[in-house]
Write a protein that binds this ligand. Structure first.
Ligand code: ZN
Length: 260
């Protein structure tokens, strides 16, 4: 998760277990939009086997529905058919895994059958044409039979919700910018997966083009600072969101919203 950053530095931020794993969230963002529910990323789903779940230490089993995501929707009084848009930042298994679920008969079904699924242009093709380096992250049952709408550029998907091109992690990685009541929030996905990744050179080893990530981060942080964006962190176990403030040569997080 920290690429070339030495462990003695990163383990002060997030301690590793005896198998060198760190706790991470799989946090999706739900927008209660006037036009219906908009779900940004879908977590990891329920389709992977025991070996996979052991390697990653997956805790995602739902009490009622297939995963914790359906449980969380239910806790707000919503069901899967209430979701009108699913927006994927990219198609890695921990972001698009909940696009579909495995039912009791073993069949793979759409998790949100009434939703329009949206993916950045180019990402589906990239996910379907893997190489030795990318194949482990792109699991076809998360996307190969999903009826995607491919969105090119930073156009408005639903009123007030845009993709923001933030390449580097993968070439078509997009963050999602939400504007409402004069405020802006940005779901930064794998651009800044946790608050520990706020320093510009703290870039994941998973990133295919780390120097591209560096420039994407620089650009997003500059805008976030100038415009007071609320940044939402997908993988930070403790911190849900916060705003940036200048601190020395870098940035600090203020207005921190912690997990309840
Ligand atoms: Zn990813």
């Amino acid at each position: 998760m920290f690429g070339v950053v030495p462990k003695p530095l990163w383990e002060r931020r997030i301690a590793a277990d005896e198998r060198n794993r760190i706790p991470l969230a799989l946090r999706c963002l739900l927008v209660e939009h006037d036009d219906g529910l908009v779900l940004i990323d879908t977590g990891l789903g329920n389709k992977e086997g025991a070996k996979f779940r052991d390697i990653y230490g997956v805790e995602n089993e739902g009490r009622e529905g297939p995963t914790l995501l359906e449980d969380a929707l239910a806790s707000l009084g919503y069901g899967p058919t209430d979701v009108r848009w699913v927006i994927n930042t990219h198609l890695h298994f921990d972001h698009a895994g909940g696009n579909t679920y495995r039912d009791a008969s073993g069949a793979v079904r759409l998790s949100f059958p009434q939703a329009r699924y949206v993916v950045p242009a180019g990402e589906l093709d990239f996910a379907l044409h893997t190489n030795e380096r990318t194949v482990a992250s792109y699991l076809p049952h998360n996307f190969d039979r999903v009826p995607f709408t491919s969105v090119k550029g930073e156009v408005e998907i639903v009123s007030g919700i845009h993709y923001l091109a933030t390449p580097g992690h993968v070439p078509h990685h997009h963050s999602v910018l939400i504007e409402s009541g004069g405020e802006r929030a940005c779901f930064v996905a794998d651009l800044i997966p946790t608050t520990a990744h706020l320093p510009l050179p703290w870039i994941m080893g998973y990133d295919l083009e780390p120097l591209v990530t560096l420039e994407s981060k620089r650009k997003v942080q500059e805008r976030a600072l100038a415009e007071g964006w609320l940044l939402c962190f997908e993988h930070d176990q403790a911190v849900v969101a916060g705003r940036l403030a200048v601190e020395g040569k870098g940035v600090a997080l203020v207005d921190v919203l912690r997990r309840g």
